[in-house]
Ligand binder design. Structure first.
Ligand SMILES: *Cc1c(COP(=O)(O)O)cnc(C)c1O
Length: 434
């Protein structure tokens, strides 16, 4: 502002609208404006990207109060912006909108899904503690628990994703005994559902009941909801306390960023936020802005991808060169179907395709695809296909591969938002080459 300009009148933020009378607004609607007032940013309809490392305080007393929030001297977090390792406007708007989707009290964003997961574990586990986790997990999550946390005296007990209540009771009893022998506690139950690439679902409601009976509510249940969230699964409604995402996948949705998040009640988020303040690892302002763009269409993109996957899988299931499908829309096991019916709103768009044959047939199929791209990852606008046994799970020992059903004829597919007819035509011509 030039020196002779009149000062801009103080702008009052508009109240946040989350309902019209008794009519609560849906997340799809809230994604266009929740937590951002254009009048605070020169009328800019979209939030500017706030590229700054530090924030000016209105007064010294305000600076002191903000720091009391950052350091935890004042409970409930800070009510002002301080320094960009702690937070920023783009990240705060993003965190507000992420919390809306999962019905969480608070969300925290991170520079990657793995940063979110590692900071969550480090914030809630101490030496002597035991982590109980479903298996298989995303390989880096499993590795962090087994190889990194073990160096700091944290051990683990795992159970297969599809476990029933009796198996869960047994595993929690084992974990409790292990914790007692190490002088610690069962610090966290960590789930991933559906498991990759088996697509086995975890019964979150049964885990909650088993946890309540064995440990009470002081041991949080965290779940990686990357494959089905936020649209097709709402784990906080089924007894989970903390929900974790790789935002790189469906939420980012355009295969053009890497980010993660953790959301849940303040009680669990406060220690995670404190450790993030210390370590860093918050998503940068540009990535947070990109995610705000992505959240405006997440419902549209996921709905379309889900519809496409249903059509593609119906077609694939009837093809003579297809041995089978690991798709949540076609579950064979009644126990898994019961978990699906109680927990899931949709079958997703990531599935396993078993081709008749082995590695050679799978490679021929992958190399022949013309629309689907040969790449790992999932949840983008474009369809991707990969071969877990020789790519994402190459380092998994053969015995464990066999136990997990990671066979040489398994092709992993993430369906995007292209025309379903075009995708079917692509799979048809690629299967013809097998
Ligand atoms: C990709 C992924 C992660 C890791 O996320 P990054 O953003 O790559 O760090 C964790 N869990 C699941 C289920 C994933 O698919």
């Amino acid at each position: 502002m030039a020196a002779d300009d009149k000062p801009t009148p103080a702008r009052k933020p508009k109240p946040v609208v989350t309902s019209l009378g008794n009519h609560p607004l849906s997340p799809e609607t809230l994604m266009m404006g929740y937590g951002y007032d254009p009048m605070l940013s020169e009328g800019s309809l979209k939030a500017p990207i706030f590229l700054t490392s530090t924030f000016a305080f209105p007064s010294a007393a305000d600076g002191k109060r903000f720091f009391e929030g950052i350091t935890g001297k004042r409970p409930g977090g800070t009510d002002g912006l301080v320094y960009s390792r702690f937070n920023g406007p783009n990240q705060q708007i993003l965190e507000g909108r992420l919390a809306v989707w999962d019905g969480a009290e608070e969300a925290l964003c991170f520079s990657s899904g793995m940063t979110a997961i590692c900071v969550l574990f480090l914030a809630l586990c101490s030496a002597g503690d035991v982590i109980v986790h479903s298996g298989p997990l995303y390989a880096a999550s499993e590795g962090f628990v087994a190889r990194t946390l073990s160096r700091f005296g944290v051990s683990y007990v795992d159970f297969p994703a599809g476990a029933d209540r009796a198996e869960l009771d047994a595993v929690l009893a084992r974990a409790k005994a292990q914790a007692a022998s190490q002088g610690g506690k069962v610090a966290m139950i960590y789930l991933e559902s559906p498991a990759n690439p088996t697509n086995a679902l975890v019964d979150v409601e049964a885990v909650r009941d088993a946890r309540d009976a064995a440990l009470g509510t002081d041991c949080p249940i965290a779940i990686d909801n990357t494959f089905l969230g936020p649209l097709w699964s709402r784990p906080l409604d089924h007894g989970a306390d903390v929900v974790v995402y790789s935002l790189t996948k469906y939420v980012g949705g355009h295969s053009d960023l890497v980010a993660g998040s953790v959301a849940g009640a303040k009680k669990w988020m406060t220690p995670v936020r404190m450790l993030r303040n210390t370590m860093g690892g918050i998503a940068d302002p540009h990535t947070a802005w990109m995610l705000l763009r992505s959240l405006e269409t997440v419902e549209l993109r996921m709905s379309r991808a889900g519809e496409n996957a249903a059509r593609v899988c119906a077609w694939l299931a009837a093809h003579p060169k297809v041995e089978g499908l690991g798709y949540l829309g076609m579950i064979a096991d009644p126990h898994q179907q019961d978990i699906f019916d109680r927990h899931c709103i949709g079958a997703g768009s990531t599935f396993s395709l078993f081709i008749k044959g082995g590695e050679a047939e799978s490679f021929r199929f992958l190399d022949a695809l013309k629309i689907a791209k040969l790449a790992v990852s999932l949840g983008g606008t474009e369809t991707l296909a990969s071969h877990p046994a020789s790519m994402t799970h190459l380092s998994v020992p053969d015995e464990r591969k066999a136990a997990l059903g990671i066979t040489d004829n398994l092709v992993r597919i993430s369906i995007g938002i292209e025309s379903a007819d075009d995708l079917i035509a692509d799979f048809e011509q690629a299967l013809a080459k097998v």
